[in-house]
Write a protein that binds this ligand. Structure first.
Ligand SMILES: [Zn+2]
Length: 587
């Protein structure tokens, strides 16, 4: 039996029943990251068509009728004696001369109907090089003020502009992050620009580590009757990209999903990246300058996802549905919402509390992320305001972004708390940026109770003490010519195990199989050694055991001096907290 579904050009039918059809001449795009997606492979000569397909009951009926007609034509054609080629605009029946029983056709009809996505953008084009030309134009427009007549361009005007500016923003940020990390650490990933591949229309944007995809969903604004795509909002795009970047640098944070604060750091990471990205946008810089914006109060930089938030917060019913599984705020806070507003505002002060001090309804990662993102934001703004005559906003972004990525690279590889993470950013500033930002970061972290009146000397002492760790055995292994990769790894692990056991009696229980070690590029020609170890206790969920991991990091400069080390001590409370959070999220 031949594949009947191949006879039906579903793309044609979807386009026929699409709305908001835009036919554009001389502007052609064929960009879609999931090229495997059949709906984007069709080709139409000389022009570009973009259309929005939304499957409703009426369209379902229409398509079903069309399909029935097509199949009837095929059937009648099968009994024709004359050799002929039928060109029925959407079928090709040249070689098909077999009898097809009706029940097979009914079956197929059902299958095809099932396979139609609820929402899709249909893009047809014939010229990929034109797409690239267009992409360069958008790059210019976003990157160069001269071309845009003083207009803000962060809110795109067309679907195509959307697609291209999203790709541009992602590309720009990845280049920066790789640069600061001094390592190309970002692995390839997919971007689903409209959430259609997962049928996630009318869903929030998210990063899916399993399919390695940023999904930028869409939301329908009831009051304006507009569909707003998450890819319209650079904040949303960069926030999701932040999850992806952090997951590549610190996969442990998502792997150990019962560790609440690792999740909160993930959310803060995305928001911090989003605001740094906005602050480096020349259009936004000009806007801030021209309008003399006070950056200490709520403003265009501090408001995260202002465009997307408009839709979310205009429609309370839908908001509640959206927030049901992925809440951004407490239920009583939600009930107060009346206006359009950004999803989060990181200029609002927010105090850190230990996990064990949080009430049950406060145990939400986006909410608790705000102590970290606000501390980082305050340090940024205070530094900028104090150094306005010395540095442009761009130069300040450069400094903060740099130590933000470097700090991440020297953070605990297994899990992290907000204070731990903040401290690694400060330590990166001390080690790699002459402590230029340290006093600002320490001050705002103390204000937000991330630290209990910590002072800079405490941190300097900690760094100095960490250099005394006895790592002599590592040198002989690293210096030895060893061509056997497996043997090298074993020797390295044994040396690390010995270091751990010397470090604390708590590690007596550890065996070689309980640890994993990796060597990654460090800074300025040095190396970092990252380690994770298994805790003696695990957590239990539905009679299944989930291991708990701790981590450590050794930072060597290019002369192989140990310039910083950190080893997480066994912490009973961590296991208790993870057990509690596991019970909450898998109740
Ligand atoms: Zn997020």
């Amino acid at each position: 039996m031949f594949d009947l579904s191949k006879l039906v050009n579903l793309n044609y039918l979807m386009l026929k029943y699409s709305q908001n059809k835009k036919e554009l001449n001389n502007v052609i795009i064929n960009y879609h990251p999931q090229n495997i997606d059949n709906y984007y492979q069709d080709v139409l000569p000389t022009k570009l068509t973009i259309a929005e397909f939304i499957l409703n009951d009426e369209i379902k009926k229409n398509i079903e009728n069309d399909l029935k007609n097509i199949f009837d034509k095929i059937k009648s054609n099968l009994f024709q004696t004359k050799k002929q080629v039928a060109n029925l605009e959407n079928i090709d029946i040249k070689k098909k001369k077999k009898y097809i029983p009706q029940d097979k056709i009914d079956d197929l009809l059902k299958q095809i109907m099932k396979s139609i996505p609820e929402k899709a953008f249909i893009i047809k084009t014939d010229n990929i090089s034109m797409v690239l030309t267009q992409y360069y134009k958008i790059k210019q427009e976003l990157g160069d003020l001269n071309n845009i007549d003083n207009k803000l361009v962060f809110k795109p005007k067309t679907i195509m502009y959307d697609v291209l500016s999203t790709v541009y923003n992602i590309e720009k940020d990845i280049n920066k992050a790789n640069n600061y990390a001094q390592e190309k650490f970002i692995k390839p990933f997919k971007v689903d620009l409209y959430g259609q591949s997962n049928r996630d229309f009318l869903k929030n944007a998210y990063y899916d580590p399993i399919s390695n995809k940023l999904v930028l969903g869409s939301v329908f604004n009831l009051s304006t009757q507009e569909v707003i795509n998450a890819s319209n909002d650079t904040d949303v795009v960069i926030h999701e990209l932040g999850h992806k970047l952090l997951d590549n640098l610190r996969p442990g944070y998502i792997d150990n999903r019962f560790h609440f604060e690792s999740g909160a750091v993930h959310e803060a990471f995305g928001d911090i990246m989003a605001f740094l990205s906005a602050a480096s946008d020349p259009n936004i810089q000009k806007y801030i300058q021209d309008n003399k914006i006070d950056l200490t109060k709520t403003n265009i930089l501090s408001q995260i996802a202002e465009y997307f938030g408009k839709t979310i917060y205009t429609n309370i019913k839908q908001t509640k549905e959206l927030l049901n599984n992925n809440p951004y705020m407490l239920p009583d806070e939600l009930s107060k919402i009346k206006d359009e507003r950004p999803v989060r505002d990181i200029s609002e002060s927010f105090e850190y509390k230990k996990y064990s001090d949080l009430k049950k309804e406060e145990k939400e990662v986006h909410l608790q992320s705000k102590s970290l993102s606000n501390a980082f934001y305050k340090a940024f703004i205070n530094f900028y305001n104090d150094n306005k005559d010395k540095y442009s906003l761009n130069e300040v972004v450069d400094r903060f972004y740099n130590i933000f990525i470097k700090g991440t690279k020297i953070s605990n590889p297994a899990t992290t708390t907000i204070p731990e993470f903040m401290k690694s950013i400060i330590i990166a500033d001390i080690l790699f940026n002459n402590s230029q930002l340290t006093s600002y970061l320490v001050k705002s972290a103390n204000e937000n109770k991330i630290f209990q009146n910590l002072n800079i000397n405490d941190i300097l002492n900690e760094i100095n003490n960490s250099r005394n760790l006895k790592v002599g055995d590592l040198y002989s292994i690293l210096n030895k010519q060893n061509n056997d990769a497996n043997k090298f790894k074993e020797e390295l692990k044994e040396a690390i195990l010995k270091i751990l056991k010397n470090y604390s009696l708590d590690f007596d229980y550890l065996s070689i199989d309980d640890i994993s070690v990796s060597i990654v590029p460090g800074f300025n020609g040095g190396i970092n050694i990252e380690l994770t170890y298994r805790y003696p206790k695990s957590i239990k969920l539905k009679s299944k055991d989930y291991p708990v991991y701790g981590g450590g990091i050794f930072v060597f400069d290019n002369k192989m001096n140990l310039i910083y080390s950190y080893i997480e001590k066994i912490n009973e409370q961590k296991v208790k907290d993870m057990q509690d959070y596991a019970n909450i999220i898998y109740k």
